[in-house]
Design a protein. Structure first.
Length: 340
């Protein structure tokens, strides 16, 4: 026991001597007017240079994926990180194949935008067991990977429905819900938020709740039918602005813009969010602010790559701060962002 205490004392003493020596060297350099090399930057840069981050969205051809990818490249590539993408182009099977191939290729980290809560779950578990850290963005699977960065869909559902309920006061109390893909996190969890608010407002009658599968043409067709059957509809809860362009088009064709309150959500891109609110197509767009999401991911990835293999069982979430976009702020600088 005494020997161990002596060894510990000697170790601490050597550390103190080394620290004092470093401090003395620094003081001499400062006294001579010389600059000091920051002692931790070398290890930081070395831990990131040459690493590979692979991005698998549901598709690359829309604002969310393009914004996330651009943000990751902007933050990570100057540090020597290779940022690559695999484009499933809305095909779930192609996405599963892309993730499977990446597991064999062994990038250091994968950023995955899940099409639904189940398809990639086992693959993401397999990836992390193979030493590939997984960050899930905006739509997570049933597997809890090292990190999720994205919106709280229950909050989105609650905020959108509260706005529609308020707009329906003194009117018919009839509303419609235009969902995305039923098995996607953005639909399943958002619907729970809708249900939470409806449970507190029994006077509200849901006359239609259908899935448009993120397709604007399907959303338009569903809304056209609902408005023919219920011309006194007072509000619509839409689940994504890229899809609800079609919802808004059907409302406009029926001559009901400004009479049927349309709430939706999206990444806050100028054309899809602020411009649509200013035009009257959307009454409320709940933005989850893609550039900030990309920044949150990039910062977290820098940390994860520095501690690769040492995170153990750590799991975490970074939920997005939601920005409600209405005509009151849609024209303000900084409310929305622009592609390219």
């Amino acid at each position: 026991m005494r020997i161990q205490e002596n060894k510990k004392f000697l170790k601490n003493a050597l550390i103190c001597i080394a620290t004092l020596g470093a401090m003395a060297t620094a003081q001499v350099a400062l006294a001579q007017g010389k600059g000091l090399d920051e002692p931790f930057r070398g290890a930081y840069k070395k831990s990131l240079a040459g690493k590979t981050v692979a991005f698998v969205p549901v598709a690359m051809g829309f604002d969310l994926a393009q914004g996330w990818f651009a943000g990751l490249k902007k933050e990570l590539e100057p540090l020597g990180v290779n940022v690559v993408s695999r484009d499933p182009n809305w095909s779930t099977s192609a996405g599963a194949q892309a993730v499977t191939s990446l597991i064999s290729e062994k990038p250091d980290l994968m950023v995955v935008h899940n099409p639904d809560v189940q398809t990639y779950a086992k693959l993401l578990r397999r990836a992390e067991r193979a030493g590939i850290q997984v960050v899930q963005v905006n739509m997570r699977s049933n597997y809890d990977s090292v990190l999720y960065v994205g919106v709280d869909w229950v909050d989105i559902g609650e905020l959108a429905t509260k706005a529609v309920v308020k707009a329906c006061q003194g009117k018919s109390n009839k509303i419609a819900i235009v969902q995305g893909a039923l098995s996607a996190a953005a639909s399943a969890y958002q619907l729970k938020g809708v249900e939470n608010v409806l449970a507190q407002n029994p006077a509200i009658k849901v006359v239609s709740s259908q899935a448009a599968d993120w397709d604007a043409a399907k959303a338009k067709g569903i809304t056209q039918t609902v408005l023919k059957q219920h011309p006194d509809l007072c509000g619509i809860v839409g689940f994504w602005d890229g899809m609800d362009i079609g919802t808004a088009a059907a409302v406009k064709e029926a001559g009901l813009t400004g009479k049927v309150f349309l709430a939706t959500s999206g990444g806050g891109e100028q054309k899809g969010a602020c411009d649509q609110v200013n035009s009257g197509a959307f009454d409320l767009n709940l933005s989850y602010d893609v550039p900030t999401q990309a920044s949150n991911m990039a910062s977290s990835i820098k940390w994860l790559l520095q501690n690769q293999g040492k995170t153990g069982d750590a799991r975490g979430s970074i939920y997005t701060t939601i920005i409600p976009i209405t005509k009151a702020n849609a024209s303000a600088t900084g409310t929305c962002w622009k592609l390219g």
